[in-house]
Design a protein around this ligand. Sequence first.
Ligand code: ATP
Length: 515
Amino acid sequence: MGSCCPLLLNNREPFQAALLSRSEVSQKSRLESIHKNYNFIKVLGYGQFGTVREATRLFQNGLERKFAIKSISKDKVCKKFNLLKRELELLSIIDHPNIVKLHEIYEDEKYLHLVLDLCKGGDLYDYILNKGKLTEKEVMMIMKKIFSAINHLHTVSICHRDLKPDNFMLVTKDSDSEVKLIDFGMSVKFGDEQMHTIVGTPYYLAPEVYMGNYGKECDNWSLGVVMYFLLSGKQPFSGSNINELLANILKCNFTFDDRNWNDVSEDAKDLIRKLLVVDPKDRISISNSLRHKWFNQHATTAPVNLEIFNSLKTFKAHGKLWNEMMKVFIRNLSEDEIKDLDVAFKAIDTEHTGFITADNIEKAMLRNGYPVVADEIHKLINLIDYLGNGKLNYTQFLIVTADRKSIFDEESLWSAFKYFDISNQGKVHVSDLEFVLEKAGCCITTLDFEEILNEFQLKAGDFMSFDQFKDIIVCFSPENSADFNHLAPPRTVRRLSHKRLSIRRLSNANAQQTS
Ligand SMILES: Nc1ncnc2c1ncn2[C@@H]1O[C@H](COP(=O)(O)OP(=O)(O)OP(=O)(O)O)[C@@H](O)[C@H]1O
């Protein structure tokens, strides 16, 4: 390894630990072969630091799920260490159905492997080139997803800075495929101050980026260029060299004269005109773009399955460990398994922020004829709100509404248990539990973890058996027992208070292990 990574060489620390700069991680992180859990299938593409491949993860219950794995060469990334660090930090914050999800990070001697959602349909640029022309309705549906993704980024104060069709991938080859944003290499967290670095791809750059003084509105301009390209197959600004291109961008020199625009509606052109405005202060915002009549003329809010409201209403508070373990379950669900929940999330999130508030739920219940008691909804949000901001994010919504009867069948539980049992001993070592949660990007601090260990009377070096694992997941709340009657064999312990139950079971098991 080159000498440009002194942290790695001097401290002999795992790369990920240094990369994520979490002081506690250095003791917990370890090198682990990704090939133990994933079979690499084929190359999907090449990036500047490494290769992206399709891979399969085989679960204990025989099910498999495909992912994209971006393997980043540690040697290559050395000089761009800070860029990668920033990309990973941002990816771990972002949580939106139209943004690729980072599931796990593995590290071996030579590579850092990022396990991501797989997008099998290729990128938008190739999609347009292959299809020739899309209908306006198709473009509208794609752009709505793209605007929703960027609205979420801006809501959590992230500016992408490199929006272009190549950075949007289609999950499948179907015409109604989900679209996901990839590549956060240029993205930054923004505050009140302006940004100055000139980054991005020339055709899509806003005039103020070339001037070296800009804010998040540069993304809005880029989306105007993307929308123009999707509707016509042409760039709004071109030039025989970079100076000519720049001059055309600075003058906002574009037209709808080409015959490709003959059939395009005035509403679509109006939105493009409002996005491609030189002064960022006068440019339409992303949230107002989503309210533009082009989107709203055909807008119908999908009906929400009333079962989903029932799940929301009957949800009971659980501990942090349960919540973090549930994230692992949720991440293992396939696109098909979460499709309906995905539709429901978008139907409830009418402002497209990627967050759901009590007000959103109340309105969705009213729209769908579900009996509403406003007080109950506020109480519910407080119960579920692990982020403490009065809102549910996408993952939290999936945790609350996923069909626990199917997630929690014995086989799925066993499969999840084996996911945590990385030493393959048929029992989960406490340090493995912590390691797996860390690897999956769960936000459990050392302090949280100590609290969890205390709650379950566990200490470093202890093991958790499958029964104990099930108790944490399934029997966390005695009120839930009715939901899980299908699990065999029925156990009377479910009627005990969860805390007493767990403490007794764990203490017994650990006493047996030490004896
Ligand atoms: N989640 C994914 N699913 C399928 N293919 C993907 C996925 N992510 C990336 N790819 C493929 O791999 C290629 C490189 O990925 P990506 O753009 O993330 O790498 P990068 O290092 O950031 O590249 P760049 O050089 O553009 O900065 C993409 O162009 C795409 O073809």
